[in-house]
Design a protein around this ligand. Structure first.
Ligand code: SF4
Length: 82
């Protein structure tokens, strides 16, 4: 396994949860934008680095952004308590 992989995390938006607060777009403008309904959408998974994508997800007040690890398939954010 190489650790030089680009785009280790994939982000997803739960549209029903998004309130258009735009924190994600402020932190990772290369990945997120608001659509015509003021709901976030993904413009590119490669628009910002993984750390920035995670920070953007963590900034969402409604936890509408999910972060998944591409290799393990595990959800990285929001943290699921088991
Ligand atoms: S931070 Fe959350 S609520 Fe705000 S636009 Fe992004 S996904 Fe929507």
């Amino acid at each position: 396994m190489t650790d030089k992989k680009i785009g280790k995390y994939t982000v997803k938006i739960i549209r029903e949860k998004c309130i258009g607060a735009a924190s994600c777009t402020a932190i990772a403008p290369g990945v997120f934008e608001l659509d015509e309904e003021q709901i976030a959408r993904i413009i590119s998974q490669q628009g910002n680095d993984d750390e920035t994508k995670l920070l953007a997800a963590q900034s969402c007040p409604t936890a509408a952004v999910i972060v998944v690890d591409n290799e393990s398939g595990d959800q990285v954010w929001p943290i699921i308590s088991k």
